[in-house]
Write a protein that binds this ligand. Structure first.
Ligand code: GDP
Ligand code: MG
Length: 511
């Protein structure tokens, strides 16, 4: 810190485990210097330079897993995995688009106003990999990433080529002030300097399946992955997380997102669901818009979804599902009505249930994916952890056995998830068992007694069904203990949404 000349407060969060505290302390200094250098540039809006205010930035050092997830969720930066920035202010090239408002400043007791510019995530794994391949040290790489991110927070961007020039130009100037004696080194673009060509596929990317509840999105995901991963239920709106399936082909990888149904927000939870499904579509490379073929044509939800996703200018494949349940001759008129509505990349009748048409669909998606790296190792079938899948499988059983009685006021929280291994001396490193303690949260006393059932019969059934499915997933024995708890109004309680992993505008930190 440099006394009263300080313009930028940098707050740090360390979410990775590989680098020791000494390295982290050093990197903090590097980032602070980088942000100071950024904050001294003349381009910064005068309203951010007031005597009684300081800009602030939160920098999190994260590991590669965390980055992978966040990067996917907010993939608005050409799939960079080294650094991500989340600006809070509406700015363009250092200038405020609108003047600073009361909501932008946090006044502290000492009379100093803090203006948070936003969050920066830096993957130290990726940074050190890049530092190595470029041939400079980690500090230098992190300095570069911090400067790059700092500029993003101040409204610089590299999407438009004109703006990109400005950003690179600024970046160079700032790096030169930090490393005046350096002859070579990284001054320009972020991201991997040299794509590792052997990992590049001709088709690799993300596909989002969008559609109103109950059209069969989860069924399709399950059909595709051939595994029971995502919750299916006859009742709408049960899929609350974006569950992914991954299709690996020798020359292609598709990462699928099963979005929650698009519907009108009523409370915090459903607002989050709508946001995340549209967001998934926005950052996907291909959008699959699924409709129920048993309806003769588009309804109001279909029109409004199309209007939203049409704006993203992405290839949209129309899937007319449940073809197994519809007479062939009624499909053609449906195709006619939908093609009058939007210029789809293609229209494919499928049956998510039987698998008819699904291979055609996959080929169509692959055709529209850009070339790129495999985003997930080939052996990954889903990036959801077993922990959250276990919670989904428990929820599925609750819905199966309790019918309409306990509507959507339940959530499952995994309190404890433990892998039990064999005796070390047997050299048997296979997991022998998984021990799970989970809480079922419900809104009312009456719900609790339904879930428990007469003499505890219901909870026993739920537990048995869930345990069997979790055993199929983990491939080993499972000990499952369930507790039913009442949490009134959990749907609106932000803290609970956090605990359960529904974090609007943020990602989950599983560590
Ligand atoms: P989502 O809300 O869009 O994820 O829909 P689900 O996948 O949960 O499916 C809703 C209902 O439609 C379930 O009862 C499924 O069994 C049923 N379903 C899904 N796909 C098909 C299909 O291809 N044919 C038929 N006949 N039913 C389907
Ligand atoms: Mg679903």
């Amino acid at each position: 810190m440099k006394g009263c000349s300080i313009l930028m407060i940098v707050l740090f969060v360390n979410k990775q485990r590989k680098f020791d505290s000494e390295q982290i302390e050093r990197l903090k200094v590097v980032c602070q210097d980088a942000m100071d250098a950024v904050s001294k540039r003349p381009f910064i809006d005068n309203s951010l330079r007031h005597q009684s205010t300081r800009m602030s930035v939160t920098i999190s050092f994260v590991g590669s897993d965390f980055m992978k997830k966040t990067n996917y969720q907010y993939r608005n930066m050409n799939s960079l995995t080294d650094v991500l920035s989340f600006p809070l202010l509406d700015m363009h090239n250092g200038k405020m688009n609108e003047s600073l408002g009361a909501q932008d400043v946090i006044w502290h007791k000492d009379g100093i106003g803090e203006i948070p510019l936003g969050d920066v995530l830096i993957s130290l794994d990726k940074a050190s990999e890049q530092a190595f391949s470029i041939g400079h040290d980690l500090d230098r790489e992190v300095a570069f990433l911090a400067v790059h991110a700092g500029l993003h927070l101040l409204g610089f961007d590299h999407i438009d080529s004109d703006d990109e020039k400005k950003m690179i130009n600024e970046q160079k100037k700032i790096i030169r002030t930090l490393y005046p004696n350096e002859k070579t080194g990284r001054l320009d673009a972020p991201g991997s300097p040299e794509p590792v060509t052997e990992n590049l596929l001709n088709h690799s990317g993300f596909a989002a399946i969008i559609g109103r509840p109950n059209v069969g999105k989860s069924t399709l995901i399950n059909q595709i992955s051939g595994m029971k991963l995502s919750i299916i239920s006859a009742k709408p709106q049960t899929t609350r997380n974006n569950i992914r399936a991954i299709v690996n082909r020798p020359d292609a990888q598709i990462v699928f997102v099963d979005t929650p149904g698009v519907h009108k927000p009523q409370n915090e939870l459903s607002r989050f669901m709508v946001d995340s499904s549209v967001r998934a579509a926005q950052y996907a490379d291909v959008i699959a818009f699924m409709v129920d073929g048993r309806f003769s044509g588009p309804g109001e939800p279909e029109r409004s979804i199309l209007e939203k996703i049409g704006r993203f200018k992405k290839p949209i494949v129309l899937l007319i599902n449940k073809a197994d349940d519809v007479a062939k001759e009624s499909i053609l008129p449906i195709i006619g009505k939908y093609s009058a509505l939007y210029d789809f990349t293609s229209i494919i009748p499928i049956s998510a249930r039987t698998g008819d048409g699904v291979e055609d669909f996959l080929e169509e998606v692959i055709r529209h994916l850009p070339s790129g790296p495999r985003y997930y190792p080939e052996e990954d079938f889903t990036d959801q952890s077993e922990r959250s899948l276990a919670a989904e499988l428990i929820r599925e059983q609750i819905l199966k056995y309790t019918n309409q009685e306990v509507p959507h006021g339940t959530a499952v929280l995994i309190d404890h998830f433990e892998d039990v291994f064999g005796e070390p001396q047997t050299e048997d490193l296979e997991r022998q068992m998984v021990r799970i303690y989970a809480s079922i949260l419900c809104e009312r006393k009456s719900h609790k007694s339904i879930i428990l059932g007469k003499d505890g019969q219901m909870i026993k059934r739920i537990g048995t069904g869930a345990r069997q499915n979790i055993e199929r997933m983990t491939g080993c024995k499972v000990y499952l203990e369930l507790h039913v708890k009442i949490r009134e109004d959990w749907k609106n309680a932000a803290t609970h949404l956090n605990e359960l992993g529904y974090k609007p505008g943020e990602t989950r930190d599983k560590s």
